[in-house]
Design a protein around this ligand. Structure first.
Ligand code: 13P
Ligand code: ZN
Length: 280
């Protein structure tokens, strides 16, 4: 049998450690807040692990058969993002969805007897939906982005109105997330129900806001997904500043938003911009 490499040197572990540390430093993952799941290719795992060696099998409460045999590195339930960098094998775990989709096999990590994030249903259901629309999809990040959460107390929760406000708060927004954001009703976290509604939204958008709780972002790489959340959170921060400064005197107009979209070759979600079509 070939010698296995030290998994702590694996690029995916390094990415998880750096990203959790960044999110912690930004103040978006206090205590055990937030969770990340990262879809791995089998060939990324085999240099480090014997994939036939299952440490534990943990039941999921939903049908994950669409992900049967797929590998994920995920953060642990109740684990603190600030601690991942110093103790990856306790705070992270590498799991594989079983053939019947009813459980996950733990192949590495969660060494103190821990389990995957309580938001695993939202993550796995989200991966199922994103993979249907984007074969390159790999990452889901949930975090407690401060200004986004703040906005869910003061702003309309209509997702079209919410999306437009974010677009108006920073010129780059419509280019980065032209499909806007999804907003679900307040719900108890960690449930299959919030997973189902979040995943349904993810058919059309890569950012889903959980009012008074946080945000879910999906993407093809850690950088892209982190950048998506960062861009929305920055817009929400500008909104906070604008509201604190007082009366709004001007904003980016709908026509300017459309011009931006045209210039960058993106299509804004329908029903948000009020543009009168000019016909020659
Ligand atoms: P976990 O510690 O189970 O990942 O939960 C954190 C969280 O943010 C719940 O929404
Ligand atoms: Zn949370």
């Amino acid at each position: 049998m070939s010698e296995k490499r030290d998994i702590l040197t694996a690029p995916f572990i390094q990415e998880m450690a750096k990203t959790t540390a960044n999110l912690y430093r930004l103040g978006w993952d206090e205590r055990n807040g937030g969770n990340i799941s990262y879809l791995l290719k089998e060939e990324e795992v085999t240099p480090y692990l014997d994939i036939h060696e299952v440490k534990r099998t943990l039941p999921t409460k939903f049908d994950g058969s669409a992900l049967a045999g797929k590998y994920f590195i995920v953060t642990g339930s109740g684990k603190y993002f600030k601690n991942v960098i110093d103790a990856p094998s306790i705070n992270l775990g590498l799991i594989r969805v079983t053939d019947d989709g009813q459980s996950v096999d733990v192949l590495w990590g969660f060494e103190d007897g821990g389990t995957p994030t309580s938001e695993l249903p939202s993550h796995l259901m989200g991966h199922i939906e994103r993979l249907k629309v984007d074969p390159n999809h790999r990452i889901i990040i949930h975090c407690h982005a401060s200004n986004i959460i703040g906005m869910t107390y003061t702003h309309s929760l209509d997702e079209r109105i919410f999306s437009k406000t974010l677009w108006q708060m920073s010129t780059e927004c419509i280019v980065v997330f032209p499909e806007g954001v999804g907003v679900v009703p307040w719900m108890v976290p960690g449930t299959d129900a919030i997973g189902e509604i979040t995943a349904k939204k993810m058919r059309d958008v890569r950012l889903v806001i959980w009012p008074h709780h946080g945000i879910f972002g999906a993407g093809t790489s850690m950088d892209e997904t982190f950048g998506l959340i960062e861009t929305a959170e920055k817009a929400a921060q500008i909104y906070t500043i604008v509201c604190a400064q007082g009366e709004v005197k001007q904003t980016i107009t709908d026509q300017q938003l459309q011009d931006l979209a045209d210039a960058f070759g993106v299509v804004p979600r329908e029903g948000i911009l009020a543009i009168s079509k000019v016909t020659n």
